[in-house]
Design a protein around this ligand. Structure first.
Ligand SMILES: [Zn+2]
Length: 658
């Protein structure tokens, strides 16, 4: 194997790294957020009238057991602020005109940050990240449940706990499920060496590792872009911006890592002792997350509902996009939870605040059981009656007994989106109407609509009338056609931004509010120019099986460009002692592990670390270039051409504009 010359290596690596990238032509129209209109005020006033917003029980529960409140900021090594404990200080007093009063209440509840004593030997750190970290006192140290999203927030949370509770070591870790906000910070609380040396148990449900590492690699770019809308990451924290995410405050976009679990829960119910504490784990896969567990600690009369149970209706399909979730199975797990909580006096979860008292817990679980079953059953009833998703979304309303229970109101999920998820789960997106079998793409159809209406100005005038009447859904539909059909129309963008703002101001779901307000922000300022760096994911990506990257690479092959191309490349990973043959056939990139192919166009020999950095686009050209771990034999030109066929999506695509 011969090392190639530095100069040609530079050209090769440059070709690989500077892969095709799309660029957005749109720019924003500027301007600042509008005020709430009288119509919006009317809608918000109705919420205030119908709900018992002054009920204090949740506020008492959210504050109960507070030991200490953090202040200041959690900052990344490069100075990026991951968490500013003061950024939501504006959440005081009565709801402002620009926030739905029910969401305002929920946002205030989620603003109760701190270290809390839940019961003897059980503590929670809330508000350090979007999720909670729970500490259960074992014989020798802390059993840590869910170490947050980021290394930085997890380490700050644990340090804060140690400051107030004494300097105990971590004695075990429980990952309740395979979403990054519950495991990503693990390297902030232990090192892999510590886990090995001290034989620390890491508990998760069967399939955890596979699920945790698959979602982010294949569709991570598209989902990541859309998640900015769901979480409102780039919105100001203000009464006209981000007030909450439903599950908590900011998702920390910090360093995400993972450690493989060494104790798996695979039976429906599995008792287990961790550091002298008896746990009963319940395996609940395929509801909120493909791999999830809940658990009881009988001696403390404690039940942890993980994320199947939160202080909000959850998503059957998050608006960032995901595989659709099974509402009936979710409801069935809640039915089982009724049995599992029959002696429980304390409920805790992966998000939001706890519930105390057996009767309260029973009601809490029952309401969750029924909100998902009602959503499921009524959607199915209406499917069979011939209704389509958009109709069903307007038809299904919760009965009063459910709708007046705050913990199942839609602060994170929204029933109008959840019924569409049930529809999709059973029969897909297509509504059965042949008019929708092959409709024109949005921009094409928008142009035709504008021709018919007589141009963007006429559409804007009609939308203004709808806007003045508070008919924002119709205004948004018309203006969306105007913006897509005539991207030069500033008036259309301006009125659409104002329309989205009103829709955001009246949204009870924080995810919808964030989506509308992010839409408005991008109409005003344009889409982001930079996507969040994948470098922060590196600790997790390095634990991800190489096959996931090869699948992602295959799914990035530019099919039309690959037509008629016939390349074969050996990929030799020296550290893993694995060889893969990659080849293009019928414009499809295939891979197979095994022996190197003697007839390959080229052989690329490198370490997994460098390969992952190359594929994730995070390795600097210089680092890769100077590495002695990368060697090429065969045709370097063919290798560069091969990598030239792999598209690299920058993750900054436009959503509300064309
Ligand atoms: Zn979560």
């Amino acid at each position: 194997m011969t090392s190639i010359h530095r100069v040609s290596q530079l050209a090769l690596v440059a070709a690989i790294v500077a892969l095709a990238s799309g660029c957005s032509k749109t720019s924003g129209i500027g301007g600042s957020s509008s005020e709430a209109t009288p119509e919006t005020l009317k809608v918000n006033a109705q919420f205030a009238k119908e709900l018992k917003l002054d009920d204090q029980q949740d506020f008492e529960d959210a504050k109960r057991g507070l030991i200490a409140k953090p202040s200041g900021k959690i900052v990344q090594a490069d100075g990026t602020v991951l968490k500013d404990f003061d950024s939501y200080n504006f959440l005081q007093g009565k709801a402002p005109d620009t926030v739905n009063p029910s969401l305002w209440r929920h946002a205030q509840l989620n603003a109760n940050y701190g270290l809390f004593k839940v019961t003897d030997g059980v503590y929670q750190l809330r508000g350090f990240d979007i999720a909670n970290m729970t500490l259960i006192e074992g014989k020798t140290g802390w059993i840590v449940v869910d170490p947050l999203t980021a290394r930085e927030t997890a380490s700050a949370a644990l340090a804060f706990a140690r400051q107030h509770l004494g300097n105990k070591p971590v004695s075990a870790i429980v990952f309740t499920h395979a979403h990054a906000d519950h495991f990503g910070g693990v390297l902030g609380i232990v090192t892999p060496q510590e886990v090995a040396q001290r034989k620390l148990p890491i508990v998760a449900s069967a399939g955890f590792m596979e699920e945790a590492t698959s979602e982010n690699v294949l569709v991570g770019t598209g989902m990541g872009r859309r998640s900015l809308y769901q979480f409102g990451k780039d919105l100001p924290r203000s009464a006209k911006g981000n007030v909450d995410t439903g599950l908590g405050k900011d998702l920390a976009y910090g360093g995400i890592g993972i450690l493989p679990p060494n104790w798996l829960i695979f039976k429906p119910t599995q008792p287990m002792q961790l550091d002298g504490v008896d746990f009963v784990f319940h395996n609940v896969p395929g509801a909120e997350c493909p791999a999830e567990l809940t658990f009881s600690v009988p001696e403390k009369k404690l039940y942890d509902g993980a994320e199947n149970l939160s202080q909000t209706m959850h998503n059957l399909l998050p608006i960032r996009g995901a595989k659709v979730r099974d509402s009936l199975r979710w409801s069935n797990y809640m039915d089982q939870a009724l049995d599992q909580t029959k002696d429980a006096e304390i409920y805790i979860g992966s998000h939001n605040w706890p519930v105390w008292g057996n009767a309260n817990i029973k009601k809490f679980v029952t309401m969750h059981r029924d909100v998902y079953k009602y959503t499921h059953d009524q959607t199915v009833r209406l499917i069979n009656a011939g209704y389509t998703p958009r109709e069903i979304a307007d038809m299904v309303k919760l009965p009063k007994s459910l709708s007046e229970f705050f913990a199942v109101r839609g602060y994170y999920g929204d029933i109008r989106h959840n019924v569409k998820a049930v529809y999709q789960f059973y029969i897909g997106n297509y509504d059965g109407n042949p008019a929708n079998l092959n409709p024109l793409p949005p921009q094409e159809s928008a142009k035709h609509y504008l021709e018919l209406i007589g141009g963007a100005d006429k559409a804007v005038a009609a939308a203004q009338t709808a806007y003045d009447k508070g008919d924002y859904r119709w205004a948004a539909e018309l203006l969306n056609h105007a913006v897509f059909g005539d991207p030069s129309s500033k008036a259309a963008k301006e009125l659409l931004a104002k329309t989205y703002e009103q829709m955001g101001y009246m949204s009870e779901a924080s995810t919808w509010r964030n989506a509308y307000l992010t839409g408005a922000q991008e109409l005003r300022n344009g889409p982001p120019t930079k996507a969040p760096s994948k470098a922060t994911l590196m600790d997790m990506l390095l634990q991800t099986p190489i096959e996931r990257f090869l699948e992602a690479m295959a799914a990035s092959l530019n099919g039309p460009d690959a037509e008629g191309k016939d390349f074969k490349v050996n990929l030799v990973l020296t550290d893993l002692k694995e060889t893969y043959v990659l080849w293009i056939e019928n414009s499809v990139l295939h891979f197979r592990s095994g022996e190197a192919a003697p007839d390959a166009n080229a052989t690329l020999t490198l370490t997994k670390d460098i390969f992952v950095k190359m594929i994730a686009g995070t390795g600097s050209i210089k680092d890769t270039l100077l590495s002695d771990d990368l060697k090429v034999t065969g045709s370097k030109i063919d290798l560069a051409r091969f990598f030239g066929l792999i598209d690299k999506a920058p993750g900054t695509f436009a959503i509300v504009t064309k």
